[in-house]
Design a protein around this ligand. Structure first.
Ligand SMILES: Nc1ncnc2c1ncn2[C@@H]1O[C@H](COP(=O)(O)OP(=O)(O)OP(=O)(O)O)[C@@H](O)[C@H]1O
Ligand SMILES: [Mg+2]
Length: 305
């Protein structure tokens, strides 16, 4: 935990969403705080919380929307409010949104929806920070308001020097990770864990969507299940390798089988590594941290080189 300036975090989160905000032509306004407002937080996790709230506002507000962020001190508390004039939420739906995998119906504008992990993550992290998160909406089409409250440090507290105090990270930095698995539970739990590690993660449940998502997302590394309902994982790897976009991506096969013939099939298809299922999260994290692959022999997976 370090002393974090909330306004800085909001700025960083907005910077990371800049291209999406610009594409959707949203008007984003940040108001406050009057004086520096500092909270004790895990800087990376806290930024994830703010980014998730803002990215929802960006995603669930039709183009040309308005997003207002307010940062204020209320006594001993720091309050961050994110208001949008977007799709809003049904009142009955609101109490459920912080639950894992809950999403409103994917109609019309909700096609951009993810997996329903963001707010579950937010709620867990906020709880770990001794704070609270609340959601409000007057109903569908009437916009949403999310209010995050955290204990504030006394006025005049200087922000910490993040570079000096941040715990060493296990990886060289956040990576773009694509997880392809038709087992929804496996895909989502892997996504959740990797997001907690700070990675930018997308999931696909079949081969065709994997290719579609990869072409936009341009993952650094993809974990691809071999047994998929449409085209198999080998074919996915072949098609990804056929595009110059994925020339330097690390491709990891997730297979039920680990015999020589399966490994060489993976290699022929363009995979860098072959993991036998169920793959350990630590193996997955190791390979992400190792991207771009050093192609050494002592990796936890079977290097297909
Ligand atoms: N600002 C908002 N406006 C309208 N609906 C929202 C807003 N934020 C969240 N929701 C609703 O709450 C649901 C859960 O949000 P959550 O962030 O957990 O998941 P997601 O955005 O669908 O997927 P993910 O965050 O995993 O990419 C969303 O699917 C959406 O229906
Ligand atoms: Mg979300």
């Amino acid at each position: 935990m370090v002393r974090v300036d909330i306004a800085d975090v909001v700025q960083r989160a907005l910077d990371s969403l800049r291209s999406e905000i610009d594409t959707r032509k949203h008007d984003v306004v940040v108001e406050g705080p009057e004086n520096d407002l500092i909270v004790n937080a895990d800087a990376m996790r806290f930024e994830q919380v703010v980014t998730n709230l803002l990215s929802n506002a960006v995603k669930y507000t039709p183009p040309d929307g308005r997003i207002a962020v307010k940062i204020e001190r209320r006594g001993q508390e720091a309050v961050l409010t994110v208001v949008d004039n977007g799709l809003g939420m049904d009142r009955e739906f609101i109490p459920t949104i912080f639950t894992l995998f809950v999403q409103a119906e994917r109609s019309l504008d909700r096609h951009t929806a993810g997996l329903g992990l963001g707010l579950a993550l937010v709620s867990k992290l906020v709880e770990l920070h001794h704070g609270k998160i609340e959601a409000f909406s007057e109903g569908l089409g009437k916009g949403s308001r999310f209010v995050l409250t955290l204990p504030a440090l006394p006025p005049g507290t200087p922000a910490g020097n993040l570079a000096a105090t941040e715990a060493p990270k296990p990886t060289a930095g956040p990576r773009k990770v694509l997880v392809v698995d038709d087992n929804v539970d496996a895909a989502e739990s892997t996504e959740m864990c990797l997001r907690l590690d700070g990675h930018d993660v997308k999931t696909a449940l079949d081969g065709a969507s994997a290719i579609r998502i990869a072409s936009e997302f341009k993952p650094d590394i993809a974990f691809i299940d071999i047994g998929l309902p449409d085209i198999d994982g080998y074919e996915v790897a072949r098609r990804l390798r056929a595009s110059p976009d994925h020339m330097y991506a690390t491709l990891v096969a997730l297979s039920g089988y680990g015999q020589e013939e399966h490994i060489s099939r993976s290699k022929e298809a363009g995979f860098d590594f072959h993991l036998v299922k169920p793959a350990d999260l630590s193996q997955i994290e190791f390979l992400i941290a190792a991207h771009p692959p050093a192609r050494l022999s002592n990796t936890p997976g079977t290097n297909t080189d």
